[in-house]
Write a protein that binds this ligand. Structure first.
Ligand SMILES: *Cc1c(COP(=O)(O)O)cnc(C)c1O
Length: 273
């Protein structure tokens, strides 16, 4: 079933035209990874698809039918794993940071509707999520599982994100001067930079406050080709301003493209002001 992931066509590259870009002589193309989706209510799409692709194939190869992962109560990664589990027949367990609140928020509601089993742990416990003792305890509790880290960022996720660059290079017959992405954990940026390997610049726009130290260091010494912009988070993760919301609405009207207020809205706004 996961084979669908390997045979899926590349997402399109779509040009964007605005007076400002024209005036500055900039050619801007949007890699429409949101169109990597298996239904139109997809949460399992975009970079979540890229990051989960090789992990799902690996879990299948290992005959592991249970996925376990971590996230906050508004984590899109949790929701993407839940939906991937539903689409590809994996049992899914979500370890959620903090206490349970009812009714569930829309993200966690979606997870449960996809069949994900949710377990809540305290913030203190959550900090231990990478310790082997803690993972061992989880195995005692839930049996054997395929572990996906918070945000889904691991080596196989990077492999999936490298394909963004491979596709762009094929589609353009060359590489652009810059590739820009919004960053949460920085895994997508790291994968892109690893594949670029210094041939173009990768720019990450952090949507978190002060994330500098959290970006996954890319392998192969390409760090100097990465720029991380830390002044465009609009107050922090999931924080927004009236200006940002107005921009997203105008962008939808002018370009018929829906940006989200957490990631792509902030990325496009900083580019186009
Ligand atoms: C999840 C998400 C990100 C964050 O990706 P990281 O690899 O964690 O940096 C960025 N943009 C969009 C649209 C996302 O859904």
């Amino acid at each position: 079933m996961c084979n669908l992931l390997t045979s899926y066509p590349p997402s399109p590259l779509q040009p964007l035209q605005t007076p400002l870009l024209e005036e500055k002589g900039i050619r801007l193309l949007i890699k429409r990874d949101n169109l990597l989706q298996l239904d139109n209510k997809a949460v399992f799409c975009g970079n979540k698809w890229r990051k989960l692709k090789y992990n799902l194939l690996k879990a299948t190869e290992l005959s592991q039918n249970k996925l376990l992962t971590f996230g906050g109560a508004y984590s899109n990664h949790l929701a993407a794993v839940a939906q991937a589990g539903q689409l590809f027949d994996f049992q899914t367990i979500g370890i959620v940071r903090g206490e349970a609140h009812f009714p569930l928020n829309p993200t966690l509601r979606f997870c449960v509707d996809c069949g994900m089993e949710l377990h809540y742990i305290s913030r203190t416990e959550y900090h231990k999520k990478q310790e082997s003792n803690f993972i061992f305890q989880l195995q005692q509790q839930f049996g054997d599982f395929y572990l996906l880290p918070e945000g889904g960022t691991n080596d196989l996720a990077m492999k999936g994100c490298r394909e963004i660059v491979i596709e762009i290079e094929q589609q353009m017959d060359s590489l652009p001067d810059y590739i820009a992405v919004a960053c949460g954990t920085g895994g997508t940026l790291a994968g892109i930079a690893a594949e670029l390997n210094g041939r173009s610049q990768a720019i990450g726009f952090s949507v978190l406050k002060g994330m500098t130290n959290e970006v996954t260091p890319p392998t192969g010494g390409v760090a100097s080709f990465i720029t991380l912009q830390n002044d465009y988070h609009f107050g922090g993760y999931a924080k927004f301003t009236p200006e940002l919301i107005r921009f997203i609405n105008d962008f939808k009207t002018n370009h018929d493209l829906a940006l989200d207020p957490i990631y792509t809205g902030k990325l496009f706004l900083v580019f186009l002001i």
